[in-house]
Design a protein around this ligand. Structure first.
Ligand code: 9UX
Length: 72
């Protein structure tokens, strides 16, 4: 079972910004796939909702200098 979330991300300025977000997601148990697009300021995260919640997916940004909202 998996779910995909699309994110609108604010605050990215270079490729390392995008890479740091991807890295944080890859370290999060339950995350299956992540892609952050610097040019579009978007991200896509695929995760197992039995292991992590949508709130957990947003909490990844709590300790980063970026903000994110879910794209409905
Ligand atoms: Mo690039 Mo992002 O040097 O906060 S890592 S601007």
């Amino acid at each position: 079972h998996e779910a995909t979330l699309r994110l609108a991300i604010e605050g990215m300025h270079c490729a390392n910004c995008a890479a740091s977000i991807e890295s944080r997601y890859r370290k999060t148990p339950g995350v299956k796939d992540v892609a952050v697009n610097l040019a579009n300021n978007t991200g896509r995260v695929t995760f197992d909702p039995a292991q992590v919640s949508v709130d957990d997916m947003l909490a990844v940004f709590d300790s980063l200098a970026f903000t994110a909202e879910i794209i409905p």
